[in-house]
Design a binder for this molecule. Structure first.
Ligand code: HEM
Length: 349
């Protein structure tokens, strides 16, 4: 049974609606292209399959270097008179380090172009790149060449070097190494000539390089506290309330007694024993510390270590930050007179 489309096809053929397939336009290879073996099309003979369309040449870098005119240009002999930077078929000098290579075996005799960009060691740190291509290069090969990074193709001595790659922030992994493809910069191969710094043997581990935190003041062992548990109603706040009251007289002297000139013989009798008050010299003044004994955070016995003597040094060794003057203002007996005078307990004028 004939297929359903056959009558329609025959009818169209009968009415001449079906013609031969349109021939593709003939593209003649110019003499220049023949000479340079550039594949730009070619004649299509009848009965032959047309060749697959060749991919458009990669001319992006050329467009960028085209003085902003936006025209597509080929990097071949047709634009030899242009000033656009392009690859030069120069062999890099011996002291240049090959930086860019094309994949595949380099066959000087074939049409495969070998582009080599090299860093000039003599031009300070500026990566002066000389791209070398085979003289018998094809358009495709030339486009491959110029598709290398524009900085690599156009950089020249005296130009600014590209900015250094940002260092990876601490804690983050270092970026993966760039793939060494045919068109990406290859790592320098003469590292053995210039050993990288700080690659020597690591110093032996010392005690300071352990994982323990560095010694600080906070690491100093603290002295155990010698504060005591005070009786109820004898907190520092209670003492402040008691001593700060205007009517409180904690001197242990008869009312309205003047400030005394306290001599050593007077002081040694006031040690807080046998019903006497404990006097203490602090900063040239004599205080009656007896009322403060039950309020002393360090305990009564500790406080009384300085009773009947000059406790300035002892006080300073324990807690120089304590404001004794303010705390004991209501306990002030008089001034300290370190030399013996004729009249003991002589009142000050
Ligand atoms: C000179 C004889 C004294 C001695 C030997 C002495 C001893 C002490 C000691 C051992 C402590 C405990 C420190 C601690 O480990 O926390 C202390 C605390 C204290 N003392 Fe004295 N003390 C004396 C005189 C005084 C005086 C005259 C006053 C008041 C004017 C005073 C007020 C205090 C205060 C406020 C504290 C608590 C300090 C703090 O917690 O930082 N001390 N004292």
């Amino acid at each position: 049974r004939p297929p359903a489309w056959l009558p329609v096809f025959l009818r169209n053929l009968q009415h001449g609606r079906l013609g031969p397939a349109p021939r593709p336009p003939l593209i003649k290879k110019s003499a220049k292209d023949k000479e340079r073996n550039v594949v730009t099309g070619g004649e299509i003979r009848q009965g032959e399959m047309p060749p697959p369309p060749s991919p458009p040449p990669l001319l992006l870098p050329v467009i960028q270097q085209d003085h902003g005119q936006g025209k597509l240009r080929r990097l071949d002999s047709a634009c030899d008179d242009e000033t656009t930077p392009k690859a030069s078929a120069a062999v890099p000098p011996d002291d240049l380090v090959p930086l860019f290579t094309l994949s595949g075996p380099a066959e000087p005799s074939s049409n495969v172009a070998v582009a080599v960009a090299a860093v000039a060691k003599t031009a300070s740190t500026v990566p002066a790149v000389a791209a070398a291509a085979a003289s018998n290069t094809s358009t495709l090969a030339a486009n491959r060449l110029i598709s290398a990074p524009p900085t690599a193709a156009a950089a020249a001595p005296g130009l600014m070097a590209p900015p250094p790659r940002p260092a990876a922030p601490p804690g983050l992994m270092a970026p993966p190494p760039r793939p060494t493809s045919s068109l990406s910069p290859a790592p320098a191969r003469n590292n053995h000539l210039h050993p990288a710094p700080n690659r020597g043997l690591a110093p032996p581990l010392s005690s300071s390089s352990s994982l323990a935190p560095p010694p600080t003041h906070s690491a100093k062992p603290k002295k155990p506290s010698k504060t005591v548990v005070l009786e109820p109603g004898h907190s520092p706040l209670d003492w402040a309330r008691l001593s700060g009251h205007p009517s409180s007289d904690l001197r242990g002297l008869p009312p309205n007694s003047p400030y005394l000139r306290v001599t050593p013989s007077m002081l040694k009798k006031q040690k807080g024993r046998k019903g006497t008050d404990a006097w203490m010299v602090l900063g040239g003044k004599v205080y009656n510390v007896s009322p403060y004994v039950p309020f002393h955070p360090g305990g009564g016995p500790e406080l009384l270590r300085g009773a009947g003597k000059d406790g300035t040094k002892l006080f300073g060794e324990v807690h120089p930050w304590v404001n004794y003057e303010g705390m004991l203002s209501a306990c002030l007996v008089g001034i300290w007179v370190p030399v013996e005078e004729d009249n003991d307990m002589e009142a000050m004028d």
